[in-house]
Each structure stands twice: as structure tokens, then as C-alpha cells.
Ligand binder design. Structure first.
Ligand SMILES: [Zn+2]
Length: 321
């Protein structure tokens, strides 16, 4: 049975009809205003009406970048959209106005993780941890075949696991969070710091950024490293090591079968994942006496939110008969 997945971003929504096999059959987009939740509800309803002219479905999953209640009905807080204890599932259902639809809300990182688990590299695993490494570090935990949402719905905020006491300040108000070391922002911070010294070894990286150290971005580091630049390789290695070190701590708690790494940094491939694997192994507890969880690249790309939200909504519909 088809289901619909909605990826709700800060300034646009992407809505897709997803088949049982995780393939997107049709997709449409609408611009939205993050400060006006009602406009987002209306945009979703409009997109759903367009898709329902051609496809039959009874389940809609909404992937939302925010803290989602464990009953999957409300967004309690979102950093980039004006949702404050907002009954998103109910509002969207009302805007669509069909009584044969099941609408559920999922955290966007959880939805993306579920897509990789159901249809991506973890499809044969029973447990996995997804690490989404973009500006920050998001995650999803799937244990014994089930998404771990936590008691309030706030589980898997793994980027805020503390790895360095009194370390770099974090947007969450604390210091030393994992995402301050294992994220695209951390990579850029360290690259700019190294380049600001204007040493001979920073010359290649500065050249990749067009001559101005203050404009360095993640892809510049990846490009420099791919060209064999020593500093670029060192920066990616360091990022990878932080990924592996944190993953080893997660394995001590959750013992996943594998890690799936998504987000922008995946473009650097084994230049990051290689050091991540090495650091993971050397920091693992009971090292040598437990399986080594593979650390692999995600495969669902930007469609993961749509596909995962649709798949999770479909499960819910089936469970309710
Ligand atoms: Zn934090």
C-alpha cells in the first residue's frame, strides 16, 4: 500500500508518494514560511490533494525538525520553525479534511534513520545507529527492529552527548558536546583556525577556498584532501576520529549491529570513514571480544526523510488494522 511522506524544512516542504519497496513514485514541493505554522499545514494539504488525484493512500508521515512528542502527534519545540507545543498531526489532518487518513509526526532524523534501516545499507540488520553529520550531528537509534523514541520522544539527540568536559561551547547551552567535534561546523572551525595561521602547509587549503581563509567551507577541505593536501587530509582524519570515538561510547551502551553515516560529510567517503573505523576499534570496550560494527555510508540521500516518514506511518496504519 502506498503512503505519503512529508519532509518539512525551514522554507519548503517536499511531499512524496512512497511504495512498499521504498521507491518514490511521485514528488511535489511547496514553499513555506517558518514563522507561520498554519501556512505549512495548508501547503501540506495542497500538495497532498495534488498527489491524491493520481494515487490512493491512507497514511501520511510528517518528518519534522524538532522535538516530537512520543505519541507522535505534537511538535513540542523546533529551533527553526515557530512550533511551540503544536498539534501538527491534528492540524494537518484538519487541513486535508479526509477522515480515512492516518497522520503521524516523526522527528526528521528518526525518519531518515528508518529509511536507511528499512531500505538502505542496514536493511538486513536488526539494530543500527544512524549518524547524520551536517552542520550539526543528528542521529537515530533502532534497537531490536524498533525505533527508539524515548519516554518523552527526545531520544537519539546523540550530538549532545558530552565528549570533552569544558570543551567547545554548544548551541544547546552546554560545553563539549559531540557535535562540536564531529560535524561540518567543527570541520570548518578547525580548518579556519589552521588557515588563519597562514602557514606554508595551509596554502593548498586557502587556494581551494579562493584565497580567503574566512570563506573556507567543508567541500573546500574535501577537495584539498582529495588532491593530496596534507592539512586537508589531517582535518578529515581528525573529524573521522571524533566520529569513531563517540561511536565506541554509543556501542558500550547500545551494542548496535552497524553504524550508517549520512549528511554532507559523506561526500568525503573513506577519507573520513576510514579514520572513523580505526578510532572506533581502538576505543571499543571489551575490544577483541565483541563484533566490530561496520561504519558505512548512507544511501538514501535527500529522500530519506520522505521515505522514512512514509514507511513509519504505514507501519502505524497496519498496526491499527
Ligand atoms: Zn550541545
Amino acid at each position: 500500500m502506498h503512503a505519503v511522506g512529508v519532509d518539512i524544512g525551514g522554507t519548503k516542504i517536499a511531499v512524496g508518494v512512497v511504495g512498499d519497496d521504498g521507491k518514490i513514485l511521485a514528488k511535489t514541493r511547496r514553499p513555506t514560511h517558518p514563522e507561520d505554522p498554519a501556512s505549512i499545514d495548508a501547503a501540506i494539504a495542497d500538495a497532498v490533494a495534488e498527489l491524491s488525484s493520481e494515487y490512493e493512500f491512507h497514511a501520511i508521515g510528517l518528518a519534522a525538525a524538532g522535538f516530537v512528542s512520543s505519541d507522535r502527534e505534537r511538535v513540542l519545540f523546533a529551533p527553526n520553525i515557530a512550533w511551540r507545543d503544536y498539534p501538527l498531526a491534528q492540524k494537518v489532518a484538519e487541513a486535508i479534511g479526509r477522515d480515512d487518513l492516518c497522520v503521524v509526526v516523526e522527528n526528521d532524523a528518526n525518519a531518515a534513520g528508518w529509511a536507511e534501516f528499512a531500505y538502505g545499507p542496514a536493511r538486513d540488520a536488526s539494530s543500527m545507529i544512524m549518524l547524520t553529520i551536517g552542520t550539526g550531528l543528528g542521529g537515530a537509534i533502532i534497537s531490536d527492529g524498533a525505533l527508539v523514541r524515548g519516554s518523552a520522544g527526545f531520544a537519539a539527540e546523540i550530538g549532545h552527548m558530552r565528549v570533552v568536559p569544558e570543551g567547545h561551547p554548544c548551541g544547546c547551552g552546554h560545553r563539549g558536546c559531540w557535535e562540536q567535534y564531529a560535524s561540518g561546523s567543527a570541520l570548518v572551525r578547525e580548518a579556519k583556525r589552521a588557515a588563519s595561521e597562514r602557514s606554508v602547509r595551509a596554502a593548498g587549503l586557502i587556494r581551494c577556498a579562493g584565497g580567503d581563509p574566512s570563506t573556507i567551507k567543508g567541500p573546500h577541505v574535501t577537495k584539498a584532501a582529495a588532491d593530496g593536501d596534507e592539512l586537508g587530509i589531517e582535518l578529515l582524519t581528525e573529524l573521522g576520529q571524533w566520529i569513531g570515538t563517540g561511536a565506541a561510547s554509543l556501542s558500550a551502551v547500545l551494542d548496535p549491529e552497524m553504524y550508517v553515516v549520512g549528511g554532507g560529510v559523506v561526500a568525503a567517503g573513506d577519507m573520513i570513514l576510514g579514520p572513523a573505523r580505526d578510532a572506533y576499534v581502538s576505543n571499543l570496550s571489551a575490544r577483541g571480544h565483541r563484533p566490530i560494527a561496520p561504519i558505512v555510508a548512507a544511501s538514501m540521500g535527500n529522500d530519506a526523510g520522505i521515505v522514512g516518514a512514509a514507511a513509519l506511518a504505514r507501519i502505524d496504519t497496519n498496526a491499527n488494522g
